[in-house]
Design a protein around this ligand. Sequence first.
Ligand SMILES: [Mg+2]
Length: 245
Amino acid sequence: MGNLTEPPLLDKSRHALFLDFDGTLVGFADDPDGIELEPGTVERLKALEERQAGAVALISGRALSSIDRFLAPLAFPAAGVHGQEIRFHAGEAVEAAPPPQAMQVARERLAAEIGPEDPLRVEDKGAALVIHYRTAPEAEGRAGELGEAAISGLEGLRLVKGHAIVEIRPDNVDKGKAIERLMARPPFQGRAPVFLGDDTTDEDGFRFVAAKGGFGVKVGNGETAAQYRLADVPSVHRWLEEVAK
Ligand SMILES: [Mg+2]
């Protein structure tokens, strides 16, 4: 676990807050559509947004359409699919970069190997392909092998491992770059970025915010580049509640 302490509270005029979604704001479920929000999540986020003068954003591997569905009526500035999708201001349309053409080849390779009866499940996010093995932990090794085979010899794609998933995604996006793009514009510009995340894919974000005078908060166990730690999703909500006061 390491001896990282809980993070300090935020300065309302100095900090910008970036939040991962799954494993940080909400617990995991076997089906990504089956997650349940902690009571008061939407109200808490709204209070934080007001306190930080709008400088609150979500940075997720999910498609933004999925996040928006859970957090309606909120539609915060956000990056989805690790930055492949971005929305700079609340309520604006989502800008989505087209995925590399090689993604279609990887999609066809996976479809040829993972049929409907397979214990592995493929989630097609358009700009990314996710192989889920949460309900079939014994298939972790095979998930990795199929992911490797799917991108073999292709350019512009990389394989990233996360919580019970193996994900194929464009190699030119990561959460650090996504935060950087939001930080270049108001209301984030000029603030010190703070990022909360739980997964290996959040480490790019932790490194970026530390380099910009802010800090990262790792949720849960594990080695990390973040400066602080919160134990779990309920701890995140307790901390956000304190910040929002
Ligand atoms: Mg996460």
